[in-house]
Ligand binder design. Structure first.
Ligand SMILES: [Zn+2]
Length: 218
């Protein structure tokens, strides 16, 4: 069974690993979609601007329909970077609407905007799975997100046993793992997660593929 890296910015050609390469469509140039690679596309909150929204969104809509595009994102909200929050909400709404219409799950970036994110999900009646990536907050917030129907993905933060990510992972059954843009490889992250959950890496692979199946991505 393969490792699943649900969110990475690095192209990986290892047959042991199934990865979803995340591309932001906010640059001037059209990104090349690598052959045989599963991909997510979105307008990243760090780079998306109102000035280029129309052009970026047109390109995004075209690409998002392709079958190799497994997830929409990363997109989301970031209180510390990018456009003012009000504009980030406009940009995110467009992407969530599209994801809902295409029936594709979303990979979300969220920095200090969890209340806004939860309110948006409710208000827009989003029915596709929403995955909060790189979760590393208190267990209480993680619980709240799960209760509201979000999914969580954990990254290199779990290598620190004292992190919020590690604490949350111990008590979560449906979740994902990712490398994001870090230097740690997915095998290391699986091993750390297996240690935290007191199980083998093989058991963990099965658990994560069950999570994957739950969001109907296979
Ligand atoms: Zn990322």
């Amino acid at each position: 069974m393969q490792f699943l890296d649900i969110h990475t910015h690095k192209l990986c050609k290892d047959a042991k690993i199934r990865s979803i390469l995340s591309l932001s469509l906010t640059g001037k140039e059209q990104p090349v979609l690598p052959a045989g690679q599963e991909i997510s596309v979105g307008l990243h909150p760090w780079f998306a601007t109102m000035a280029h929204l129309e052009a970026d969104y047109c390109r995004f809509v075209e690409m998002a329909k392709e079958t190799k595009i497994k997830l929409i994102g990363e997109c989301g909200l970031d209180r510390l970077k990018g456009e003012k929050l009000e504009n980030q909400l406009i940009i995110l709404r467009k992407q969530l609407n599209l994801a809902n219409g295409l029936d594709k799950p979303v990979i979300l970036h969220c920095v200090r905007c969890f209340d806004e994110l939860m309110a948006l999900k409710k208000e827009m009646k989003i029915s596709v799975p929403l995955i909060v990536h790189g979760f590393n907050k208190k267990e209480e917030l993680g619980r709240q997100l799960l209760d509201k129907g979000f999914y969580l993905s954990f990254g290199p933060a779990i290598l620190n046993a004292d992190s919020g990510a590690a604490a949350m992972l111990k008590h979560t059954e449906v979740f994902f793992l990712e490398t994001d843009d870090g230097d740690r490889n997915i095998e290391e992250i699986y091993q750390a997660a297996a240690n935290l959950k007191n199980c083998t890496v093989e058991t963990l692979k099965a658990l994560i593929f069950a999570s994957w199946e739950k969001i109907k991505l296979i």
